[in-house]
Write a protein that binds this ligand. Structure first.
Ligand SMILES: Cc1cc2nc3c(=O)[nH]c(=O)nc-3n(C[C@H](O)[C@H](O)[C@H](O)COP(=O)(O)OP(=O)(O)OC[C@H]3O[C@@H](n4cnc5c(N)ncnc54)[C@H](O)[C@@H]3O)c2cc1C
Length: 477
């Protein structure tokens, strides 16, 4: 259980970020690593609680956290890795970009507000595993002869492919993008997740026998009929990539983009891919307005600052969250509270309870600003109802606008219509408790089925669905 009384002896210590001036001059990961000594002390703080809420309530993949904390404390890295890999297919992703609901559910968060640095210990376990050569390809000993097509190579698709391959099925992952990884590769900036981490995992999966077919849009380049003749099951893992629009006057002006247009272009450029000029967005010297206060908006802030934007303003329609956990989300729940990302610490302004009502353009059709207004919010049955606050109108100068207001559901695809795949009332793919759609042998996982969420949830969903696909395959003649 770490060190008896360790939590009394040592305070929580986070690795922190590289200095601001240094990090906004490049796109490398902003987060530092703890020293071996600090890591040993941090692992010593775990209390091995009778009921480990971190594991049971907090972690969507149910990582067995007290056990690997203890092994990390004792320097038993191989055993820590073995425990971690029993639940988590890709700890190198979660340990870098997970918001760590496990830490919010740690009993030390309840007692003194200083949870164990679980995410950092997880990173040390997996990275030590790679450094010491413990992370070797482990192809399955026996192949079943069953073939599965996975559509989409984001965290959900990778996770379902990994587990099905381990179970001996032959898996081909199709993706319309040039390289596998989904939002891990083309959405999340390098300063949060460097892409060699994704490449390293894809290489390992290939060595284990997973096949990747990129630059293939299923439903356009190949049909369901094609897949049906070659595979015993199909798993849809194409994400929830239809962005929410803001249809206000001036939406058509040049310089108003969906957030993903900026993030994709930037990630492609850093990867050495050719970005045609019409898709290349440059914020250097510009006043940037980001609409939407979530992760995607924050990634636009960090990216714009690295481009050398003159100013960056982020607006959010919801009220400013409290600095501390709100009473509506008591421990061990994921807390409603103000989140300040590394990008927010680098610059820019944030405004809450504000909405844009109109984009303003010049004679050339370029956006030059936005009319905004403060909002009144009434909560009726827990749902917010918004109305403009009279007399609060103001203007923001902006020659680039990024819409980062979430995603409304899976992108349209002829295959879904051809197959008659049933949808949920909110537009996602409807699945039963076995992750199967209304079409036998066609399963759906990740954001496509669950709605826009987190990398760790997409991975958990893929892992759990793989078990159902395996059961279904075994039941087929
Ligand atoms: C900008 C941004 C930042 C984020 N930051 C974080 C973060 O820091 N931490 C976190 O936990 N979560 C974060 N998230 C959320 C997280 O990335 C998603 O929840 C997760 O990636 C969903 O995984 P997925 O596999 O379901 O879908 P995706 O990652 O969207 O992958 C879907 C894949 O399907 C492919 N595809 C789609 N249609 C087809 C087709 N017809 N044929 C072939 N391929 C197809 C796409 O090219 C894509 O590669 C972020 C999301 C965004 C947008």
């Amino acid at each position: 259980m770490g060190k008896i009384g360790g939590f009394l002896e040592f305070d929580r210590q986070e690795p922190g970020y590289r200095p601001k001036e240094e990090r906004i001059a490049d796109y490398r990961a902003v987060e530092r690593r703890l020293s071996d000594k600090d890591l040993h002390e941090q692992a010593a703080r775990c209390m091995n609680c009778g009921i480990p809420f971190c594991h049971g309530t907090g972690c969507p993949v149910q990582n067995v956290i007290p056990e690997f904390n203890d092994m990390a404390y004792r320097g038993r890295w191989k055993e820590a890795l073995d425990v971690l890999l029993t639940t988590n297919p890709f700890p190198e992703f979660t340990s870098r970009i997970c918001p760590a609901p496990c830490e919010a559910a740690c009993v030390l968060e309840l007692s003194n507000g200083q949870p164990v640095t679980i995410r950092e210990i997880e990173k040390a376990v997996i990275e030590t595993g790679f450094e010491r050569g413990y992370m070797k390809p482990r192809p399955p000993a026996v192949r079943t002869g069953k073939r599965v097509a996975v559509i989409g190579s984001g965290p959900a698709g990778l996770s379902v492919a990994h587990v099905l391959n381990q179970l001996g099925h032959t898996v081909v992952v199709y993706d319309k993008s040039h390289r596998p990884g989904g939002i891990l590769r083309y959405g999340i900036p390098d300063f949060k997740l460097e892409k060699w981490v994704v490449d390293r995992r894809i290489k390992l999966m290939m060595e284990e026998g997973v096949e990747f077919e990129n630059d293939v849009t299923v439903g356009i380049d190949i049909s369901y009929r094609y897949l049906e003749t070659r595979f015993d099951a199909v798993v849809l893992a194409a994400g929830s990539r239809q962005p929410r629009d803001l249809p206000i006057p001036g939406r058509e002006l040049k310089g108003v983009h969906y957030a993903m247009e900026l993030l994709m272009a930037q990630n492609r450029k850093l990867a050495g891919e050719v970005v045609p000029p019409e898709y290349d967005i440059v914020a250097e010297g510009k006043n940037v307005l980001v609409i939407g206060g979530g992760d995607t908006g924050s990634d636009c802030v960090g990216t714009s600052l690295r481009h050398g934007a003159r100013s960056v303003t982020q607006i959010e329609i919801m009220p400013k969250p409290p600095e501390e956990r709100h009473e509506s989300t008591p421990w061990p729940n994921w807390p409603l509270k103000l989140r300040t990302s590394s990008s927010h610490k680098e610059g820019g302004w944030r405004l809450w309870q504000v909405s844009a009502t109109q984009f303003v353009g010049n004679d050339e059709g370029n956006v030059v600003g936005a009319q905004c207004v403060e909002m009144n919010i009434d909560f009726k049955d827990g749902r917010p109802a918004f109305s403009p606050k009279a007399g609060s109108e103001f203007a923001i100068e902006a020659d680039l606008v990024f819409l980062a207001m979430g995603f409304v559901g899976p992108a349209t695809n002829p295959m879904l219509d051809e197959l008659g795949i049933a949808r949920t009332p909110r537009g996602g793919i409807a699945i039963d408790e076995l992750h199967m759609t209304n079409v036998p042998g066609v399963f759906a996982v990740g954001d496509m089925a669950q709605g826009q969420s987190l990398v760790v949830r997409a991975m958990a969903d893929g892992r759990d669905a793989a078990v159902q696909v395996d059961t279904w395959l075994k039941a087929q003649k």
